[in-house]
Ligand binder design. Structure first.
Ligand code: GLA
Length: 335
C-alpha cells in the first residue's frame, strides 16, 4: 500500500493510492476520483470510472464526474429551507431547484491534501453563506485503498446548525470500455424508494417497490426495464431514484460487469443510495471514448433527499456533533 503525489499541474494535485497491481487516483479539485484501475477476470487492468485524460479538464463542463458532492447531495425543492424560523435561499441550478450543492458546489472547490500513512486526507473550509448555506463548515474527506477496498470517510463540523449530506458522484462502467451498463447486473438491498414529482423532487411519499421494475433486491440486468418509458422511468428518463436501504451491515449494493467479470460491492452507513443509470450523459469525450447515455452507473450513498423540507424524513441538519460517514466501494472478480 502506498499513497504518493504523481502530478501537480495548474493548481491541481493528483495522488495515487496503490495496492498490489491495482490503483486509484484522486485529485484535490473537487476531491475527485480520477481513476480506479483494477484487474478484470483475465488479469487485464481496467479503469472502471468515467473521467477525462487530465485533471485540469474537470474544470470544464461535466456532470459532477466522480466528485465530492456537498453541502447537500441531490435536490432541494424550491431552493430553500428553514432553520430556527429563518429561511435560507440557495441558488437554483436546475429549474427552480437546488442540485448537488449549487452552482459552485464542492465538486468545484480545491481541497488541501495531506498524506497520513495509507490515508489521503482532503480538507476544505466552506464559509458561512457559501451557496446560501449557514455556518462555517470544515469538511474532511479521507480516501484509502487497501486490497481492492476504496474507503471514503467524511467528516464535517459547523459553527452553526446547517444541513450537510456528503457523497461521491462516481460514474462506474465495470467493463472499463465505457460503452453501456445495460447488461451490467445490479443488486440493491432495498424494498422502497422515495417518490418524486415531475422535477425529480421527493414529495415525502415512500413507495413500496417489491416485485416491481424498480426492485433490484434480486440481482438482475439493469437493461431489463430501463427503456420501458412508463411510470417513474418516464419521468426520470431511466433509473434515477433514491433507494431506502435495508442495511444489515453487509453490502447494500452489488454490480457486476458483464464483459469484465469485475464485481463492485458497496458498503455504507448512510440510510439511502441514489441509483442513477446515466440518463443525462450526453457524449462527453475522453480521448477516444465517448460517454453516451447509459454508459455508466452511479450509486451515490446519501441521506434522504430534500429532507430539509420534509419533516417526516430523517433530518440532514447537523449540530455540534457534525457529520460523519463512511462508504466503501469494494472491487473483486466474479467467482
Ligand atoms: C444525480 C441526479 C441525476 C443527475 C446527476 C448529474 O445522479 O440524481 O438526476 O442530476 O446527478 O447529472
Amino acid at each position: 500500500m502506498s499513497v504518493k503525489l504523481v502530478d501537480n499541474c495548474d493548481g491541481i494535485e493528483l495522488y495515487r493510492l496503490e495496492s498490489g497491481n491495482s490503483y486509484v487516483e484522486i485529485m484535490t479539485y473537487g476531491a475527485r476520483i480520477h481513476k480506479i484501475c483494477v484487474p478484470d477476470k483475465n488479469g487485464v487492468i481496467q479503469d472502471v470510472v468515467l473521467g477525462f485524460e487530465n485533471p485540469t479538464e474537470y474544470r470544464g463542463p461535466n456532470p459532477y464526474f466522480n466528485a465530492c458532492i456537498g453541502r447537500v447531495a441531490n435536490r432541494i425543492g424550491g431552493s430553500s429551507f428553514v432553520i430556527d424560523g429563518q429561511r435560507y435561499i440557495l441558488p437554483a441550478n436546475e429549474r427552480k431547484n437546488h442540485l448537488h450543492g449549487g452552482i459552485e458546489g464542492f465538486d468545484r472547490k480545491t481541497f488541501t491534501a495531506t498524506i497520513d500513512g495509507d490515508i489521503l486526507r482532503l480538507k476544505y473550509l466552506s464559509v458561512d453563506g457559501e451557496e446560501g448555506y449557514p455556518g462555517n463548515l470544515q469538511v474532511t474527506v479521507e480516501y484509502s485503498f487497501v486490497d481492492g477496498n476504496l474507503k471514503i470517510a467524511y467528516f464535517a463540523y459547523s459553527d452553526r446548525p446547517t444541513h450537510c449530506s456528503l457523497t461521491n458522484h462516481a460514474y462506474f462502467n465495470l467493463n472499463g470500455d465505457y460503452k453501456s451498463i445495460v447488461n451490467h447486473r445490479l443488486f440493491i438491498k432495498s424494498h422502497s424508494i422515495t417518490n418524486i414529482d415531475n422535477e425529480l423532487i421527493p414529495n415525502g411519499e415512500i413507495l413500496d417497490i417489491k416485485g416491481t421494475k424498480y426492485d433490484f433486491s434480486c440481482m438482475r440486468v439493469i437493461g431489463e426495464h430501463l427503456f420501458d418509458n412508463d411510470g417513474l422511468l418516464q419521468v426520470a428518463g431511466g433509473y434515477d431514484f433514491n433507494y431506502i436501504l435495508d442495511n444489515d451491515g453487509g453490502a447494500v449494493a452489488e454490480v457486476i460487469g458483464d464483459k469484465s467479470g469485475i464485481v463492485m460491492r458497496v458498503y455504507t452507513d448512510r440510510p439511502c443510495v441514489q441509483f442513477y443509470s446515466g440518463n443525462f450523459l450526453d457524449g462527453t469525450v475522453k480521448g477516444k471514448a465517448v460517454f453516451n447515455r447509459n454508459c455508466a452507473i452511479a450509486l451515490e450513498t446519501q441521506g434522504y433527499p430534500n429532507a430539509c423540507n420534509i419533516p417526516s424524513f430523517p433530518t440532514t441538519l447537523i449540530g455540534k456533533d457534525g457529520f460523519k460517514s463512511e462508504t466503501t466501494y469494494s472491487f473483486s472478480i466474479i467467482d
